[in-house]
Design a protein around this ligand. Structure first.
Ligand SMILES: Nc1nc2c(ncn2[C@@H]2O[C@H](COP(=O)(O)OP(=O)(O)OP(=O)(O)O)[C@@H](O)[C@H]2O)c(=O)[nH]1
Ligand SMILES: [Mg+2]
Length: 363
């Protein structure tokens, strides 16, 4: 399963966002406790198409696409120089596929800010720096480990040269994704991942007044920063969304209308992650189960079949396929067949977002 890590300064609403995404009740506290608990959970990716297919097929089980979400404690500034509780727990998100950075814009006298006043742009830069320092520390540890080896293999010697080059660049303030590396150099890094190499989404957590105003202090700077770097920026109020999520469905709609929220920010967030990771969904349908499967865009029919079961890839014959929109237009598989919209696709067919697929196979 693909995964996302949530980062940010302390007390920005990370765990509140995590709870919304994963529908769980991890502890949020109004004071900085210094605890470094990491929460791990699974988020269903909301998808109206899945809900519709479930309404049509009335299956026993409906399974949405899923993402793993990892929520760590707030990173503190300057921990590399020994400040506060340190940031070693950031290693809990080294394996994730993307990062969600929750930035505080909300004002609340009762919730202390790590840097006293509200300044989203500064906070984004602070966290960028902490991620970079975490990468530097990671590289330095590997360098030290190789240096401590009694006898270095030629492989290790080559790796050491690459690691030293990266360390110099990181020290210069260059995030990993901007460092030029040859294919040869990259080949020595295959087992490593870097925090400053991961796709990133910025989530600005606003308060009620800012939601009503449609603006927060520093918004245009942040929007320009994100646009220049091609970083998706989402603005939402975690607190209001949490209040809405606690209501009965009928009241939820009412509440959202009041705030002129057309769609839950957490829905938007889940969708943005999906887009950022270049993921698409295909569906399998039936009486027992309607299910969304997540694949990277561009996978072929036989590779997609392999996601369901390795036997389906090995013994792949054909993928019986109908596009979601075609299916909706026809209303049933039988009608789609009548109208020639139910296609037989071969193993190299690139699966499209929304394809409803039934794999013919033989093992
Ligand atoms: N006023 C206001 N308070 C919020 C909002 N989002 C979260 N909070 C409050 O801020 C406090 C911290 O929220 P958390 O979600 O635990 O924040 P966190 O970023 O996970 O904090 P750490 O894990 O300690 O770094 C809680 O009291 C929340 O209720 C918001 O949008 N507005
Ligand atoms: Mg938290």
């Amino acid at each position: 399963m693909l995964s996302c890590g949530i980062v940010g300064l302390p007390m920005t609403g990370k765990t509140t966002v995590y709870n919304l995404l994963t529908n769980s009740g991890a502890e949020v506290s109004a004071f900085f406790s210094g605890k470094t608990t990491t929460n791990t959970g699974v988020a269903d990716i909301p998808d109206k198409r899945v809900d519709y297919l479930a309404a049509v097929f009335q299956p026993e089980k409906t399974i949405h696409a899923q993402l793993e979400i990892v929520d760590i404690a707030g990173l503190v500034r300057g921990s590399s120089t020994g400040a506060g509780i340190g940031n070693s727990f950031v290693e809990d998100i080294r394996h994730v596929d993307a990062l969600i950075h929750v930035v505080r814009a909300f004002t609340d006298q009762d919730i202390a800010h790590a840097d006293q006043n509200i300044d989203p742009m500064r906070d984004v830069e602070t966290i960028d720096m902490e991620l970079l320092l975490a990468d530097l520390e990671f590289v330095e540890k590997r360098i030290e480990r190789i240096n401590n080896a009694k006898k270095k293999t030629s492989e290790q010697q080559a790796e050491l040269i690459v690691l030293k080059k990266i360390a110099l660049e990181l020290e210069d303030g260059k995030p990993f994704y901007q460092i030029d590396l040859t294919a040869m150099e990259q080949s020595h890094l295959q087992s490593y991942t870097f925090l400053t190499d991961k796709p990133l989404i910025l989530v600005v957590n606003i308060d009620e007044n800012q939601l009503i105003d449609g603006n927060f202090k520093g918004q245009s700077d942040l929007q320009k920063f994100a646009a220049d770097r091609d970083i998706p920026l989402l603005i939402l109020s975690a607190k209001i969304e949490a209040e809405i999520a606690a209501l009965e469905p009928a009241d939820q709609m009412e509440f959202m209308k009041d705030y002129q929220i057309s769609e839950s920010g957490v829905f938007r967030l889940a969708r943005t992650v999906y887009g950022l990771l270049k993921l698409i969904s295909f569906f399998t349908v039936g009486k027992d189960e309607v299910r969304a499967w997540t694949i990277k865009k561009g996978l072929t029919a036989s590779q997609a079949a392999g996601k369901i079961h390795s036997d389906l890839e090995r013994g792949f014959i054909r993928a019986e396929t109908v596009g979601y929109d075609d299916f909706i237009a026809c209303g049933s598989i039988a009608k789609a067949k009548d109208q020639g919209l139910w296609r037989l696709e071969g193993r190299n067919y690139p699966v499209q977002d929304g394809d409803i697929i039934s794999v013919r196979f033989n093992v």
